[in-house]
Ligand binder design. Sequence first.
Ligand SMILES: [Zn+2]
Length: 492
Amino acid sequence: MRIFAAALNHETNTFSPMVTGWRGFEQQIAWRPGEHPPQANLNTAAFWVARRRAAVDGYTFVPGSCFWAAPGGTVTRAAFERMRDEILAQLQAALPVQGVVLALHGAMVADGYDDCEGNLLAHVRRIAGPAAVIGVGLDPHCHLTRARCEVADLLVLFKEYPHTDFVERGEELLDLVLAQIRGAIRPLKSVWDCRMIASFPTSHAPVRDLVDRIKALEGHDGVLSISIAHGFPSGDVADSGTRVLVITDDAKPRGDALARQIGEQVVALRGHTEPALLEPADALDEALRIAEGASRPVIIADTSDNPGGGAPADNTDFVRLLMQRGVHGAAVGPLFDPVAVQLAFDAGAGAHLRLRLGGKLCWASGQPVDAEVQVLACVRQAQQTFAGTPVPLGDAVGLRTAEGVGVVLSSSAHQAMGPDLFANLGIDPTRERVLVVKSKQHFQAAFEPISQAVLYATGNGLLATDCRRYPWRKVRRPIWPLDEAAVPGPVM
Ligand SMILES: [Zn+2]
């Protein structure tokens, strides 16, 4: 048995003015066959599992390339076609194969391609042939288009947000792919469209309960897998929005009923899936109130400047607010500013200098902040930790302003995922009163356990914390909350 695997990942914020070109992939993840590191990676989990299990499960693993760039604006046509064609040529050379396993984010939009993954999958099917089993691992922030569901035999999405379950879901996908190749199952898909755009953090009720319920349904009555495609609320394509996917073992009517039932539960949560968002000044007031006498830091998520959703992460509003208020024992990170990082490296750890921070990339970046800073640490290819795996920060520096505000600056835009992003840059996160993180939800898994409280702030960053503020053009209407008259229904 021969199984080919590859990975192609981008979460495209179609409202972002920043183009994502080949350089973004080349500088982040462009691992050719044999180059994937030994550790698992959030963006390549299905590939990594397929490689690891080859010896145990007795098949020949044929690696293709793995690509990922940080979330950002629309991918260039040249970059997408280059990566797609590289993977397809590798697949062609790998034939014959009985299985193809792909780790895809699922929300990539390129110039001329609104459904990059659907396009890739159609070519994969053409090359691999009708008998090959195609299994796809997806991020729940994907656009679950009908085209990709029709072509792929199996699609398994991460269930958790933060996506701490990426290896588990990769294992499940591979179990199902092997079972289908061996003729042990006949997977049939049922997809229900909730006709809504929303965000679904799974760490707390009510979404937590929903995820626990669907997990309990798997493995019984012919239900092989259940996924909730949250959709990507900053991606404007015809099929944007939340969908439920149920895969049964030759039990389509049962799958249809279940997809509808779960879909109706999702619809019932409209307006209640996310925590309340505070204006930045109110969030800081609340954080300082809670921090009074507390032994652990209060976390504020700067959600509108979350680079994990394609924002530039160089909005300075919180840094300015903390400096103006003279808040000692607060830190912000990671703020994206490669020029300031270079200047701090030139000055070196321990140096004092006047540095201009952030506020450069686009209209949503705000004004730069001029600060007297001390350089605490300079680290080439710095890292943070997510679900036990290393996540790159690029070259990074830790600073402390004269007002007492700590700042982690990075040379590439990455969202906050692990508290060691501060610790690795000379700022002990457990000793700060307030930590402001550039993230919407991925920070929660590792930051909440060390915190007194977690607050979520809106702001002037690029991401609309109310999606009605975006100039939607392509999404099929009506859809909630853009339209009240949105009517859920089956896709397939
Ligand atoms: Zn995601």
